[in-house]
Design a protein around this ligand. Structure first.
Ligand code: F6R
Length: 612
């Protein structure tokens, strides 16, 4: 994780770097640092957030029009000032910022110690800057050549930026496994972990590929070389994102803004794909791969966290509609468990950021076994989007709040379209049933809007439950992944312990936890095995658990059993996750705000998990 940003050009670098760092803070906020290059390398860094760094720097000389900055999510070494980036080389002529992990850092560190290097931090990054210095001194090579040689010795993932005191008009950047984008302006260049710090200055960008090094010099074109020293031609692309999309737009938090964007983000994810009038679904990104998917022996969905929950909904949808066997795997397990995989398998990797390290590794594994790999990603041009054979973008727009909301519903919308497309092509669904689902899917954005209007009622419920220590979320069928997602949202932003379970599994263990202090959130909509869920509610009630129920409009049975209820519009069973998730997002949000939590940047988390 970690966010990096760098600049060279005619502007004052410091304000631009700080603005960029604020935009990247979702990637980690354990410490922050900045380096400006004038006659010397001036480094300022401290524990805490970017605003702490700004306070720390106040009054210092931060002039200069070349510099770099970093916001850290700690991997190696405590989140303190010493371990904050940038790190300087021993002779203080080089400075580095790094996002990623150097896996062989202990070996390199002890070799460098034997050669007389002293380490001031516990980070893996400091090893790299000493190594580059060592190569420059001993092999009498340029800084870019030393970086290239050093990167050949490194095992792991990196996006790095290096400034050298003796080369005040040059920035060296390189990446492998961690994202990096270079903005190309008129007489100026921007480097960042994603495009958000760049968008207001230019929309011309170059995405650096793995094992590429960029040499960026004032008044020169960018040069790119691989770590094997092959020259590459920079490919300049246009960014589609706008500045408005990455600002809060009057909401108190990005998370709230993103929850409220869902009528649009779901619509945008279906636009041009859902054709109710013609009775068809089209997914341009996978058109050439349709036959392969239709002939697949099975589909394996791989993802992490919230995206994994969307994958579970996808399993229900694709099996239900298209009758193709689906398995859903945590990428972190899948990549290490020697799965049986072959050419007849289609793997679908789901990721909002498109940068999750475990999911990327799962993709590489699947490709190496001959499987077809498709991506469902939100970030255009991200590593996962590029590593997969083909894919479908979710079009949810930038998601800044660390807790995923609109990306989840966009993923589910896209998976619904995929299930429908496969079902129609396979003939596993009648055209009447198909058309009925299309019509209902088309109504989902308006129904989401209706649910958002319940925010005040949900806030009232949040007031009652904000101080609980534990909670259970239960659902069955399509609502089981919704229960998991509801529980994850609560725990990650409010720090209240929450467990999601299939409702009927409760009696195999969790029921022991139920007493009059335990709130149980039931997703008890009136479709599927609704009656069975009512039995589960009765079981909780008999043990004096407090029941908060998500119910279908007009339902009186569950309302009579529940302490509190939130009514959502009726829809087809397969589409309920798109609606039932929304009140759970709002419930978590309101509780977290009442507890004074940092909703957009919850402790210990980062938006883009580029380490395994
Ligand atoms: C939870 C959350 C995480 C992510 C997970 C995967 O709200 O945001 O659980 O879903 O880290 O991230 P992506 O989807 O970017 O691969």
């Amino acid at each position: 994780m970690c966010g990096i940003v760098a600049y060279i050009g005619p502007r004052d670098a410091y304000p631009l770097l700080m603005k960029g760092l604020h935009r990247l803070e979702y990637r980690g906020y354990d410490s922050a640092g900045v380096c400006l290059l004038n006659d010397d390398l001036r480094v300022f860094k401290c524990k805490g957030k970017v605003s702490d760094l700004e306070d720390f720097v106040a009054g210092s000389d931060v002039s200069g029009n070349i510099g770099m900055a970093h916001t850290r999510w700690a991997t190696h070494g405590e989140p303190n000032t010493i371990n904050a980036h940038p790190h300087l080389s021993q002779n203080k002529t080089l400075a580095i910022i790094h996002n990623g992990i150097i896996e062989n850092y202990t070996v390199l560190r002890s070799e460098l110690k034997n050669r007389g290097y002293t380490f001031t931090s516990d980070t893996d990054t400091e090893v790299l800057v000493h190594l580059i210095e060592d190569i420059m001194i001993n092999e009498h090579v340029s800084v870019e050549e030393a970086v290239r040689v050093a990167l050949n010795e490194v095992i792991g993932a990196y996006a790095i930026v290096i400034l050298a005191k003796d080369f005040p008009d040059k920035i060296i950047a390189a990446r492998k496994g961690s994202p990096m984008v270079i903005g190309v302006g008129k007489d100026e260049f921007f480097i960042a972990s994603d495009a958000t710090p760049i968008i207001e200055y230019t929309n011309n960008v170059v995405y650096l590929n793995d094992e590429e090094i960029a040499i960026i010099e004032r008044d020169h074109e960018i040069q790119i070389r691989t770590i094997l020293n092959q020259k590459q031609t920079p490919y300049i692309e246009k960014l589609a994102m706008s500045l408005g999309e990455i600002e809060k737009g009057g909401f108190d938090h990005f998370m709230l803004k993103e929850i409220y964007e869902q009528p649009h983000s779901i619509y945008d994810s279906m636009r041009g794909r859902l054709h109710v009038d013609q009775g068809i679904v089209t997914l341009g990104g996978i058109r050439d791969w349709e036959q392969k998917i239709l002939n697949a022996k099975r589909i394996i969905i791989t993802a992490c966290g919230t995206s994994w929950h969307a994958g579970l909904v996808g399993e229900y949808l694709i099996e239900d509609f298209a009758r193709i066997p689906v398995e859903v795997e945590y990428s972190s397990e899948f990549r290490y468990r020697n799965p049986v995989l072959g050419e007849d398998d289609v793997v679908i990797a789901i990721s909002q950021s498109g940068e999750t390290a475990d999911t990327l590794a799962a993709i590489e594994l699947a490709k190496s076994k001959g499987a077809t790999v498709l991506g469902i990603c939100n970030v255009v041009g991200s590593s996962i989007a590029r590593a997969t054979h083909a894919g479908i973008y979710t079009h949810a727009g930038p998601e800044i709040g660390v807790a995923s909301t609109k990306a989840f519903t966009a993923q589910v919308a896209v998976l619904t379209l995929l299930g429908l497309l496969l079902a129609q092509k396979k003939g596993t669904i009648s055209q009447t049933e198909f058309q009925k689902i299309l019509i209902e899917l088309d109504r989902i954005p308006a129904k989401v809007q209706q649910i958002l209007e319940l925010s005040q009622k949900i806030k009232d419920i949040a007031t009652i439950y904000k101080d609980v220590k534990n909670s259970l979320y239960l659902g069955r069928g399509y609502n089981f992944p919704v229960a998991l997602e509801g529980a994850l949202k609560l725990k990650e932003i409010s720090y209240i312990h929450a467990e999601g379970y299939p409702a009927a599994e409760m009696k195999h263990g969790p029921i022991a936890l139920i007493d009059e202090l335990m709130p149980v959130v039931f997703i008890a909509t009136r479709r599927g095995i609704y009656e069975k869920v009512i039995t589960n509610i009765e079981e909780v009630k008999a043990r004096k658990g407090r029941i908060i129920a998500i119910v279908t409009e007009g339902d009186e049975t569950v309302k009579a059993l529940a302490d509190h209820w939130i009514e959502i519009p009726d829809t087809l069973e397969a589409l309920i996750p798109l609606l039932a998730t929304i009140p759970l997002q709002l419930l978590s949000y309101h509780i977290a705000v009442m507890l004074n939590r940092n909703v957009d940047q919850p402790r210990n988390l980062a938006k883009s998990v580029t380490v395994e």
